[in-house]
Design a protein around this ligand. Structure first.
Ligand code: ACO
Length: 325
């Protein structure tokens, strides 16, 4: 038994925040942001939208494409670092909104690698025969944990959600292998220190801006390039595949220069790499499922294609999934 993605969906908020808008907010320029990151604009949720609302829209758009009743979903997994609230899980809010009465629900926190961690969990549940149909959503409202006065981070992030419906299949295709890694010793490169049990929310924690993302961008960049190259090689070797046999590589959209550097080291032409960072920035756990949904809708993935998904993010965590579509 394999697990197969039978439908994808995505949703991004209506409001567009361009680099030119950011020029009016912090000491930055459209040119700097484009050259250093590849980002031109990003989407920002309205004040009524939380992570489960974006997830709901993305899930609905995936369900429209799947030909079975939504009530048949056994499990909902939501990957996010910006859930509606610390608990209950955003997956439970989504379960309620979708009215999926039979489904179990929980969240996965692996930052930008969250969707691929979730995909690996879904694959395991399906291969073991425990569940047959799983809804997996990556959703983020990063604008709520962004310090809009910190030019080193606020130009990078955006909001959005992407969903996949994963089903058991006896066909010789679907998720071939997943590869998950972590290194907590580098947690300080990327984190949000406040609001948890180490630094609970207090007037002082808010004053110190501990409820915002902190990132050592330059150091993270270097680790990301090295790690992603190794990860792709490991995923290909595990399946005795060459990079040239991949039809499409869908990387986490954190920085166009990270994507280009990885492509160059692996000798994969940029035409085989899906890029949409210019439109959405870094949407963390939502980035891969949004890109996957766009790639499917643009006809960039055909039956039988080998597609590799890879991500790197806070934790540190990194992960990949090889799919035969
Ligand atoms: N506008 C103008 N200048 C800026 C800005 C800005 N928005 N931000 C920083 N600068 C300045 C810096 O102050 C610095 O100036 P200095 O040389 O006078 O000190 C200069 O630009 C260079 O800064 P660097 O940080 O060295 O720039 P770099 O080329 O590394 O690009 C970036 C920064 C885009 C953040 C890059 O390092 C990056 O993308 N890092 C990796 C991000 C990533 O992959 N994160 C993991 C996933 S995210 C997640 O898990 C949520």
């Amino acid at each position: 038994m394999r697990a197969k993605i039978i439908a994808t969906g995505s949703y991004v908020p209506e409001r567009v925040l361009t680099n030119f808008d950011l020029e009016r907010m912090v000491d930055t320029s459209d040119e700097w942001i484009r050259e250093r990151s590849g980002i031109r604009e990003r989407r920002i949720a309205n004040e009524k939208e939380a992570a489960s609302d974006l997830a709901y829209e993305a899930a609905k758009s995936a369900f429209k494409k799947a030909d079975f009743k939504t009530k048949d979903i056994d499990l909902i997994i939501v990957a996010t670092v910006t859930g509606d609230m610390p608990f209950p899980a955003t997956a439970c809010h989504l379960q309620h909104k979708l009215g999926l009465k039979k489904a179990a629900a929980f969240d996965v926190n692996a930052a930008c690698s969250g969707f691929l961690y979730g995909l690996s969990i879904a694959d395991g549940f399906i291969r073991s025969g425990i569940y047959r149909r799983i809804l997996l959503v990556g959703t983020e409202v990063l604008s709520r944990i962004t310090d809009w006065e910190d030019r080193t981070t606020c130009v990078l992030f955006g909001d959005g959600a992407g969903a996949a419906i994963i089903e058991a299949t006896s066909e010789d295709r679907g998720i071939i292998s997943t590869h998950l890694r972590s290194d907590g010793s580098m947690w300080e490169l990327l984190n949000m220190p406040g609001g948890g049990s180490r630094h609970p929310a207090t007037k002082d924690s808010v004053k110190k801006k501990m409820h915002y993302v902190k990132m050592k961008g330059n150091e993270t960049f270097k680790v990301a390039v090295r790690t992603l190259e190794n990860l792709v090689v490991e995923s290909l070797n595990a399946n005795k595949l060459k990079a040239s046999q991949l039809s499409l590589l869908i990387p986490h959209q954190a920085n166009l220069r990270i994507i280009q550097a990885t492509a160059e080291r692996l000798e994969i032409p940029m035409e085989k790499i899906f890029v949409n960072i210019d439109k959405y920035g870094n949407t963390s756990a939502a980035s891969i499922p949004i890109a996957l949904d766009e790639a499917v809708r643009q006809g960039r993935i055909r039956d039988g294609d080998y597609v590799l998904l890879e991500a790197f993010g806070g934790g540190l965590t990194w992960a990949s999934a090889l799919i035969k579509w």
